[in-house]
Design a protein around this ligand. Structure first.
Ligand SMILES: [Zn+2]
Length: 80
């Protein structure tokens, strides 16, 4: 999937309310420990052993992203 396609998907998800529209402070890098983990932006799996970014949106709404996808979401949300 191209970066542009993923960006479009992220915008649709934000419009629908599937993704929060503001980027939070609580983010941290981790490694996928579960082959069933999927990225909240592109919807593709994050294979076990691969790097991921965990993001805690308001409340305890925890989402996981591919590092590249997290970067795109942050850019679209206007993260500093
Ligand atoms: Zn992704």
């Amino acid at each position: 999937m191209s970066q542009e396609a993923i960006s479009d998907l992220i915008r649709v998800k934000i419009d629908r309310g599937d993704l929060p529209s503001s980027w939070p402070d609580k983010t941290w890098g981790s490694v996928s420990e579960n082959a069933g983990t999927t990225c909240a932006a592109c919807g593709l799996p994050i294979p076990e052993g691969f790097g991921l970014v965990e993001v805690e949106f308001s409340g305890s709404d925890l989402r996981t992203f591919h590092p590249a996808c997290a970067h795109l979401v942050a850019a679209i949300c206007g993260a500093p």
